[in-house]
Write a new protein. Structure first.
Lengths: 124, 414
């Protein structure tokens, strides 16, 4: 049977075939990189730490506003890059970097499917 | 590469040859002559970088090294070594048992000996054994498992016997790289029973830690009492080679104590999320120190960010607690932060920063006010240049204090 990291990698590989997704990674909720499909010049350690703290901060912020459900995703945008972080169970976060001029709806759909799979793999 | 000293500052010049790999040298004190070390890796991880690093360590310390190579050509081997920043020099000699398989003609040079017919057991054996006698301090075989694939395990076993005899009589040592492709256990065990030390290299998936580790399984030259070998996480970094790796070390403490300054001074690529001089989400930096690599996560100090502390502390394996030596009134907050990050009880080193400022408490006073257990190490740090301190930027701290702190914590972590 494939190891967890192999299974996670294959989820990311499938995601990368969706148009507009430039890179992706699974990081732990406390900021450690687990698997990634990213350009070589990106430092996955810094990236994971920052993304996890974004998600953590957003979670605290949304709770303080009285949100009844858990945080689903955090989006950060610039003109050339959009980063989406989706909760994948309690321990992991799926992050994808996308071209902002693509079919965002489809990407969100695919990423939420993928995050469910990741949550399942993490539970094994 | 700088001389490897290890965390105790013990020079490796007393022993030859050495691994040049942090932790391994500290645990095993190098590779004594007449000994055979087998490094057994699972296929997904690979052990070739261990070979590169051991070779580089020794050729740069003046040890003549012979490499028996059947995994790849000498040219691509040397290119790969170079990518890890391990250039060859005149002490490196290679026996090429690869080119003959591919049919590419390889010319003998002073540093590359060629086995013309790698399918010929006798030629392989006699050429290697004869060559070891020419004054080499270390023989490296990359890869020994390929020999077993190519011929069979009984050849591998008898070859190992011959190597053992030869290195004993010529005061040499050997490192065999072995990839375990799921061979029959009794064959592998038989090989292992004949070596002096076995080091295992494998992948690990524990909770959210996905990585690679090495562990000493056996070593007959370290006294049994001192055999406290544990699994050690590592990363193979290009350039740089094998680094013992700590995925998360927390840096916490009250506001304005110097957490960001510590992280920026200790690491080469620190990143901060800060506004007007105070950290608001976290600092992150990667530290390379004496063959170790660690990712430092720094928390904000202000209380309004406390909801983030638990996330930042998760999976941390050690803590630097930074306090301002002039502000004892913040010490209760420092201890509270250990609790809030849920890192109370982990190995901790206390950093008493700003130790040279007016009103700074002495070490003993700080220990007493923090109620520190006598086993906890306290290190004082000071700014490199007080005139350059800018309240809105991390301050550069003096290297001596930083290194003392890193060394004190890393020692406790492995």
């Amino acid at each position: 049977m494939a190891t967890k990291s192999e299974q996670l990698k294959s989820v990311l590989q499938r995601l990368s075939t969706v148009g507009g997704i430039k890179a992706s990674a699974v990081i732990s909720a406390n900021g450690l990189p687990m698997v990634s499909l990213m350009p070589e010049d990106v430092d996955p350690n810094t990236f994971a730490a920052m993304l996890a703290s974004m998600v953590g901060s957003a979670e605290t912020a949304i709770k303080s506003l009285g949100a009844k459900n858990t945080l689903e995703r955090v989006v950060a945008e610039s003109k050339d890059i959009r980063v989406v972080a989706v909760q994948a169970g309690t321990d992991a976060i799926l992050t994808i970097m996308i071209d902002p001029n693509t079919n965002y709806g489809l990407i969100l759909l695919e990423s939420s499917k993928a995050s469910n799979e990741i949550a399942g793999i993490m539970k094994q | 590469m700088a001389e490897f000293k290890g965390l105790d500052g013990v020079s490796d010049k007393d022993f030859d040859p050495y691994f040049g790999i942090a932790k391994l040298d500290e645990q095993l004190k190098g590779i004594p002559s007449k000994k055979i070390v087998l490094i057994s890796a699972s296929p997904s991880v690979g052990n070739e970088v261990f070979g590169y690093q051991i070779i580089h360590k020794n050729i740069t310390s003046g040890v003549k090294v012979l490499v028996f190579l059947n995994r790849t050509s000498p040219q691509s081997y040397l290119t790969d070594m170079k990518e890890y920043d391990f250039p060859a020099n005149d002490n490196l000699f290679i026996i090429d048992a690869y080119s003959g398989i591919t049919g590419i003609k390889s010319d003998e040079t002073d540093h590359i000996k060629v086995i013309s017919n790698p399918y010929d057991k006798e030629e392989v054996k006699t050429k290697v054994i004869k060559e070891i006698g020419n004054g080499y301090g270390l023989l490296v075989i990359d890869s020994f498992s390929l020999l077993a694939d190519f011929f069979d395990f009984s050849f591998a076993a008898s070859f190992m016997n011959d190597i053992k005899q030869e290195i004993v009589s010529s005061d040499s040592a050997a490192v065999l790289l072995f990839t375990d492709w799921g061979y029959e256990k009794q064959n592998v065990d038989k090989l292992l029973s004949n070596v002096n030390s076995t080091i295992e290299v494998k992948g690990i998936e524990k909770r959210v830690i996905f990585g690679q580790y090495f562990a000493v399984l056996k070593c007959d030259w370290v006294e049994e009492k001192q055999q406290t070998f544990s699994s050690v996480l590592f990363k193979a970094i290009k350039p740089g080679g094998i680094k013992v790796y700590f995925p998360k070390i927390l840096v916490t403490g009250p506001t304005d104590a110097g957490k960001s300054s510590f992280i920026h001074s200790a690491s080469k690529n620190a990143v901060s999320v800060d506004k007007l001089g105070g950290t608001i989400a976290l600092d992150h930096g990667t530290v390379d120190f004496q063959g170790y690599r660690a990712d430092l996560f720094g928390t904000p100090g202000q209380e309004r960010f406390d909801p983030l502390l638990k996330m930042l502390g998760g999976e941390a394996i050690g803590v630097f607690l930074v306090v301002d030596s002039t502000k004892p009134e913040q010490f209760p907050r420092a201890v509270e932060m250990l609790r809030k990050t849920e890192t109370y009880g982990l190995p901790v080193v206390v950093i008493a920063n700003k130790a040279d400022l007016n009103g700074a408490l002495k070490k003993e006073e700080i220990r007493e006010k923090l109620h520190l257990d006598s086993a906890i190490i306290l290190v004082q740090t000071v700014a490199e240049d007080l005139s350059k301190v800018d309240p809105n930027e991390p301050t550069k701290l003096k290297e001596a204090g930083i290194n003392e702190a890193l060394s004190a914590l890393f020692k406790q972590l492995t």
